[in-house]
Design a protein around this ligand. Sequence first.
Ligand code: OTU
Length: 619
Amino acid sequence: MPSNVTSSRMLAVLPDQLRLQALPRLAAYEPVLRRLLAGLYGGQPDFDAWLGDLMASLGELYAARPAALRALDEQRAAQPEWFLSQRMLGYCAYVQNFGGDLNGVAERIPYLQEMGVSYLHLLPFLRARQGENDGGFAVSNFDEVEPALGTNADLLALTTQLREAGISLCSDFILNHVADDHAWAVAAKAGDEQARAMFLVYPDREMPDRYERTLGQVFPQVAPGNFVPVEEMGGWVWSTFYPYQWDLNYANPAVFAAMAATLLRLANRGIEVFRLDSTAFLWKREGTNSMNQPEAHQILQALRAIVDIVAPGVLLKAEAIVPTRELPAYLGSADARECHIAYHSSLMAAGWLALSEQGTGVLREVIRNTPGLPPAATWLSYVRCHDDIGWNVLRAEAAADGQEPNARLARAARFFAGADGSYAAGAAFQSTDPNAAHGSNGMAASLVGLQTAVSDEARELAMRRLLLLHGLALSFGALPVLYMGDELAMENDYTYLHRPQHAMDSRWLQRPQFDRARWKGRDYAGTSAGRMYQSLIRLVRVRRQHDELAASAPRTLLEDAPDGMLALARGERFLTLMNFSGQPQTYALPGRWTDCLDGSILEGALTLAPYTMHWLERG
Ligand code: OTU
């Protein structure tokens, strides 16, 4: 029973019935929260008072939580593995591209249901900076929907309708930075000291130069450096991403308290999953690349403890685009709970690399480096997203067989940019140096060769490649998320080149408007869109029927497959075979199997045609 002062500050603001509901969770997680926050902020003279105020604000936000959401909290707290089911399927889209606005997205709920989607990630829809805003990733007000996309009432209506349809809404929570026209930035520019302390500001270049010695670059071409000079601030402001995205100073407890409350206010509007953007960058340390610092994990664990106390139905998803070895920490452990879900960007990038190399060496190494997970946690698997395919996360795996990783990854970037007669029609991202790898952009269908295909045969191979990558994401044992348009084999959108605020950022290649004509034709297998849609939905349906494909079910990499192939066993009864090469590959099946996709019985040596895949069930 929590009897300390901090817990009582929360309990004091709750009505009797809620007090009873909150007590067991407070008892379990308040000590965890207190320990983590003491580790981060315990040195501050007014720490106890600050923590008491934080607990009181948590109590108020819990009291304000709508009854329907509190009911969902109870249900999910009793079934913490609810999101690991093979029936979970995600879909990710920009509001403006998918539905025009939030109401338009609501109109597309039947389509989401038709696909079997149970989780919808809408890219940033909160009030963003005027002018350039990095696709909404420069937020000026977390408490207001972007006016062009709707109102807070529309958001509430959408989350309610989605919940009734069995779909959880995921929203970005951009906690590393705010826009330079956010109220804090505006006040800081006007000379408000408290507001200035929300940011990392340096009077001259001394500290920035010291930090820069070991910092990386996210946008080396369009936003070089990690600090921006701001005249009104009389100094340099830390801005990891674009200069108008100002990093928050998490060494200041006021930042943590404000952002935690912001998250809960959004949760109270019905957002069920938070994509914690750029989590790797939350804590800075001189002499390091200021990524994946222990304090960044403590901040995330403290947010998790808050969610565990106030809104246990809510999921936290880490967006940390970091090397495989750094990833597991974002999912924590049974005793140090962190995020529920983490992007497996190494798996995603390695799938693409396997296609370009027609070999699975790096992909296998990534899988070997992917550890088992704590209970109620999972990877997020995907083929494409709104960002580039970042190659740098694969450096370690790309060097494992003795190859020079930079040259190897740069080759992949060139391949997907269409060099040397490749079938791909993408663009290399943020790199002018042909010997350095950064990222690749393009819609999946364009990257697999559908856009350049001029013969039926080329089209067939491109379709197979795309289905192969979807097959990997769907059978790996993760929460798979489809990226809008990929289900209809939509291709690159070049219109960004005519929009001055987007032209320098080729990630806009993969941010097209939803293609209604393709969507209308999705039932006709005679078109690429229809063929893709039918084949993909078939995989989704077969996946739903197999418990072995749940995120929590075991996975074994079968090392006896030839290099061009990937063979993954899921439990004792399910086998996925994928040929990533343009040559036939043969695999000796252990025993008798049924092909889940066409019902055929298979035994002995099985030869897979180029880029094909089999999902097999024992017996
Ligand atoms: C995230 O991304 C978002 O997904 C991007 O769309 C934003 O531009 C960015 O944050 C700033 O909010 O490094 O882990 O290389 O992969 O910017 C955070 C491009 C990130 C993205 C990178 C990324």
